[in-house]
Design a protein. Structure first.
Length: 114
């Protein structure tokens, strides 16, 4: 399986202010996402990588990208075996399972599967 970047998101302590900033800067508009305060970005470009802005899900403000994998739990386990740390264990929301890890140098990356 190829492992493309399939999703990006900005996790913010103040997602409304974050949406306003990027809306004013780039003209982005938003639609509701899977849980309260989480929105999908409409960049105005057909076929753009799905991007979202939402509240913190533990930790501090961050910008994440998500890599597509077949098995989120197995990928998180392998990241740990390679010296990484699980930041957010595998979770399910309608249509997707996702998790977040940091590599051995502290770079935070998400993984997701449909």
């Amino acid at each position: 399986m190829a492992h493309p970047v399939i999703h990006a998101e900005i996790r913010s302590a103040d997602p409304d202010a974050t949406r306003a900033f990027f809306g004013d800067l780039f003209g982005w508009t938003y639609s509701d996402g899977a849980f309260p305060g989480y929105t999908f970005v409409d960049t105005g470009v057909e076929g753009a990588i799905p991007t979202a802005i939402g509240p913190l899900q533990g930790g501090a403000d961050s910008v994440l990208f998500f890599v597509g994998v077949q098995d989120v739990e197995a990928t998180l386990k392998r990241a740990e075996e390679l010296g990484g740390t699980i930041i957010q264990p595998a979770q399910q929301v309608p249509g997707v399972t996702f998790g977040v890890f940091a590599d051995a140098q502290g770079h935070v990356v998400g993984v997701a599967a449909n």
